[in-house]
Design a binder for this molecule. Structure first.
Ligand SMILES: Nc1ncnc2c1ncn2[C@@H]1O[C@H](COP(=O)(O)OP(=O)(O)OP(=O)(O)O)[C@@H](O)[C@H]1O
Length: 363
């Protein structure tokens, strides 16, 4: 192939591959000499809902603010829809980035009608036209006819949908959400989450959602980016992150975990609750074998299999009972069927080996 033909092929590829809605590349952000974000890279694909999940203070909001252009990164690049919006030379302000925002406080203007609040997201469009489009956007989030109401006349969940309609109206490349459901009570939160997801799907919109709630991330995300101390430590689908956490701390983000130190002998890791096959690993390798509570099945003692443990404490949660116990000097948190082991002092444990989490080293 001649060099020219090669260039043509490359050009063709560039033309046909849709640009990523948002690409964060090797982002560093410091305040004074304190590193808040350390070499963070994240590519958001079209129509994807990505949750940034992590403990308070790990840098989730800062990353969103860097993407939005509210903060400027110290190093790295932000690319929106194939256009560099921030690097060492370029820095576009938030309104020039083609991004939508939904923040925790929603920031609806209390003195403006709902229709005007939504139309506010459209700049450079005549008022009558903007209000007409706002009306359609409200219809799409299930709020047809609410144009002339004021924010205080709407419930928290409805206000959330107004904020979403406003963010989506200018057809942004990505909508950025910062803890958008925190202000809602628990019951409402689940239904508003579903509403928001169905609007995002219907509009084929792309979204990044910051949350510290693992349940929320599991329920909403196509992909979770797990953050810790200013870094993304793992990305994957909810199933991947749940089943194959990169370390014990990542496993513990989602639930209590029962962890045992083990050493490989003949492809098996021996734990106090059973032998776990670990595949082709050398003899003597140190591993940590972890089980989420539901992965250690609890039976009454009349069953032959498994190991017997004494129940030290019992908490009733309606759908299940939580039992605290010890095996050797390892504390266990177990989940049991309240009807099967009503008030047993001892129970038997049988590990579900499919659910064993195998981690390298003694963690
Ligand atoms: N303007 C600022 N000045 C000083 N420190 C800041 C500033 N902004 C953020 N930080 C610090 O940076 C770290 C990351 O903050 P950030 O708000 O991004 O965390 P977060 O993961 O979103 O936490 P939360 O869930 O509590 O909002 C925190 O330790 C915070 O104190």
């Amino acid at each position: 192939m001649t060099p020219d033909a090669g260039a043509a092929v490359t050009l063709e590829k560039t033309r046909t591959a849709a640009p990523l809605p948002l690409s964060l590349e090797q982002i560093e952000f410091s305040i004074g000499n304190r590193a808040i974000l350390r070499n963070v890279s994240l590519q958001i694909r079209p129509r994807e809902v990505v949750c940034l999940l992590g403990a308070s203070g790990c840098g989730k909001t800062t990353l969103l603010r860097v993407a939005a252009g509210i903060e400027r990164q110290s190093k790295g690049r932000v690319v929106v829809g194939g256009r560099v919006v921030a690097d060492a030379e370029v820095f576009l302000p938030p309104e020039a980035r083609r991004l939508g925002f939904v923040f925790q406080d929603l920031a609806l203007f209390p003195h403006m009608r709902i229709g005007e609040n939504v139309a506010y997201g459209l700049s450079g469009v005549r008022r009558a036209e903007a209000l007409k489009r706002a009306s359609v956007a409200l219809e799409q989030v299930g709020l047809a006819g609410y144009d002339r109401a004021y924010p205080h006349q709407l419930s928290g969940g409805q206000q959330q949908r107004v904020a979403l309609a406003r963010a989506l109206l200018p057809a942004p490349s990505v909508v950025l959400f910062d803890e958008p459901f925190t202000a809602l009570d628990r019951t409402l939160r689940a239904s508003v989450r579903e509403d928001v997801l169905s609007v995002l799907r219907a509009r084929e919109a792309t979204a990044v959602i910051v949350t510290h709630d693992p349940e929320e991330a599991l329920a909403m995300a196509d992909r979770i980016a797990l953050m810790r101390a200013g870094q993304i430590v793992q990305t994957g689908t909810p199933e991947e992150i749940w089943r194959w956490p990169i370390d014990l701390a990542a496993a513990r983000v989602f639930s209590t975990v029962n962890a045992f130190h083990a050493r490989v002998v003949g492809g098996v890791a021996e734990t106090p609750v059973g032998r776990v096959p670990v595949g082709q690993r050398p003899d003597g390798e140190l591993l940590t074998i972890a089980f989420r509570p539901e992965a250690l099945r609890v039976y009454p003692t009349d069953r032959e299999a498994g190991v017997e443990v004494a129940v030290e404490r019992r908490r009733f949660y309606g759908t299940h009972v939580e039992l605290l116990a010890h095996v050797g000097d390892v504390g266990l948190t177990l989940q049991a069927d309240p009807y099967q082991v009503p008030h047993a002092d001892t129970v038997r444990l049988v590990p579900d080996l499919r659910q064993a989490i195998v981690l390298e080293g003694h963690q």
